[in-house]
Design a binder for this molecule. Structure first.
Ligand SMILES: Cc1cc2nc3c(=O)[nH]c(=O)nc-3n(C[C@H](O)[C@H](O)[C@H](O)COP(=O)(O)OP(=O)(O)OC[C@H]3O[C@@H](n4cnc5c(N)ncnc54)[C@H](O)[C@@H]3O)c2cc1C
Length: 501
């Protein structure tokens, strides 16, 4: 087992070397020199949340690990950036899985123990409440699931028993990846609940927080997300993702792993027997390892294998189609001034919710509204985030996936979303200043996800197995979605590797 350097002498030097950023601590600087031309136990492709978690866990067990991240910052889809002296979260609405700290078996608490992170270090601020709205029906969602059950029973008395039966089914359903023999979420909901309105209300948050499939999703994936959102609840780190990513990267390096930033992997090499052998980075260096854990997505991993014959299912994997736009605004006054008191609102704008994407001639049928300042105890920023599913925007722009958008077009799109929210909050008019808009292009550019589809491929690999010996998947296309899902996926992938050694 490797020894850790005392924290007080761990310092970091970021240098640009051989065309890429590499972050060193004295520990990994030494191990780098020793490791020159030698083999790693594991190379991890992608320094998003799943890659960082896998790297930390493996390094704790003395494995020689190197995490390769193409971007100059870690964090992937849920990272941060600075503009004009201000820090922006790229993706953060909320952490799911906010169970009580005393619940030792809750996924978040278990993951943090595995990563040797104290829960206080995340500085999580719980939601006060959120709201799910469809037409004229509203359901309040807070971190007290028993109260939520009572509200469902009150608003939908005809579905009281059906809802209880649905909860029992959700409780007994384990996530199984795809393809699945089981039914879809909509089918199972319709089987248990008479009210289409209640079905829509339950789908809205789940679809926004992890639907890679479109208007439907496998019931197993729905059940996993339902538990993490409805049963466990939401919270937000006090100062956004920056401190969380910094905590994870310092733990990674403190545990002795290497993190190569600005270092994209351009090729995965197999040996003559079809086993994983090495990776090639964008500066032309080859790194050999016993095993490779790819967190970049199944389609993206397949691409790095080039012309190699790859077994099914990896060879048959399809790119994702579910895309989002996300607009950021700054409010003139605290959000409550305009009537915005929820942490999040999941709004179905039409009588039936289908998760219809916004396009040039159709507005979206659903919006996710996030007011970070409404979480209890966060550092106020006066920001407002609006997210919607999106498809090609035709005349507005030929294809959001292919081209960068001129700033003027971004602002028009953001105003379209704001106008949809304005129907509920007329006092907002003229008080929300446009800051930025992320499109599928943004997500593809910064994280490499095909189509900029943030929830990845509809084909999920629950056990991470690709069929290529020594090459496993973790993260988005392992199918545990979201921030906590990604951390869990990384920990599970590391555990699988450790169990096999
Ligand atoms: C706008 C938005 C809002 C979101 N909101 C929430 C939220 O509020 N709550 C929540 O729980 N989840 C949210 N999510 C989802 C959550 O962010 C993701 O599910 C999670 O971060 C996925 O982590 P990952 O490690 O699996 O993948 P990624 O974050 O995609 O990590 C993969 C990493 O691999 C890197 N990479 C790609 N190709 C290469 C290569 N060839 N070589 C080296 N590196 C490479 C990428 O740059 C990236 O850093 C949101 C996502 C987005 C985009």
């Amino acid at each position: 087992m490797r020894e850790k350097l005392p924290a007080c002498i761990i310092f970091e030097i970021s240098v640009r070397f051989a065309g890429r950023f590499q972050t060193y601590s004295p520990y990994n600087l030494t191990s780098n020199l020793l490791a020159f031309n030698s083999k790693y136990d594991v190379v991890v492709i992608g320094g998003g949340l799943s890659g960082l978690a896998a790297g930390i866990r493996l390094a704790h067990f003395g494995k020689r690990v190197c995490v390769f991240e193409r971007h100059t910052k870690a964090g992937g889809l849920n990272s941060w950036y600075e503009r004009g002296g201000r820090v922006f979260d790229t993706g953060l609405h909320a952490f799911t899985n906010f169970a009580s700290p005393e619940d030792r078996s809750a996924p978040l608490n278990r993951i943090l123990r595995r990563l040797r992170i104290r829960r206080e270090e995340l500085r999580l601020c719980p939601q006060s409440h959120s709201t799910i709205r469809c037409g004229t029906t509203e359901l309040r969602l807070d971190n007290d699931f028993a109260s939520f059950q009572e509200r469902v029973a009150k608003h939908f008395p005809e579905d009281r028993e059906g809802f209880e039966a649905l909860l029992a089914k959700i409780e007994s359903t384990a996530y199984a990846g795809t393809p699945q023999p089981e039914r879809t979420a909509r089918e199972v909901l319709a089987e248990h609940l008479k009210s289409r309105r209640l079905q829509d209300l339950l789908c809205l948050p789940v679809f926004f927080f992890g639907n890679a499939w479109g208007g439907e999703m496998p019931f197993g994936a729905f059940a996993t997300l339902f538990k993490s959102i409805f049963v466990e609840g939401f919270a937000r780190p006090q100062d956004g993702m920056q401190p969380v990513i910094e905590l994870l990267t310092s733990r990674l390096q403190g545990a002795g792993a290497e993190l190569h930033l600005g270092c994209g992997v351009t090729k995965i090499n197999l040996d003559n027997s079809g086993n994983f052998q090495s990776i090639l980075d964008n500066s032309g260096q080859v790194f050999t390892a016993d095993c490779c854990l790819s967190t970049i997505g199944a389609v993206e991993t397949r691409k790095l294998l080039g012309d190699t014959d790859v077994p099914v299912p990896l060879s048959k994997v399809q790119p994702g189609e579910v895309q989002f736009v996300e607009a950021l605004f700054e409010l003139d006054e605290p959000a409550a001034t305009y009537g915005l008191t929820d942490c999040m609102q999941f709004i179905g704008l039409e009588s039936n919710f289908a998760f219809r994407p916004m396009s040039s001639n159709t507005p979206t049928d659903s919006l996710l509204v996030c007011v970070p300042d409404n979480y209890i105890g966060v550092t106020p920023t006066r920001m407002l985030r609006l997210s919607a599913p999106v498809a090609s925007l035709g005349p507005l722009h030929s294809d959001l996936c292919r081209d960068a958008m001129p700033p003027g077009v971004k602002s028009i799109l953001a105003q379209m979303l704001l106008a949809q929210l304005g129907a509920y909050y007329p006092r907002l008019a003229g008080h929300a200043k446009f800051l930025d808009l992320y499109t599928p292009y943004t997500f593809r550019r910064f994280t490499g996800h095909a189509n900029g589809a943030i929830y990845g491929s509809p084909d999920k690999f629950a056990d991470g197995a690709t069929g290529v010996p020594g090459l496993a998947l973790a993260g988005t296309d392992q199918g545990l979605l979201g921030i906590v899902g990604a951390l869990l996926s990384g920990v599970l992938a590391a555990n699988r590797f450790l169990a096999n050694r």
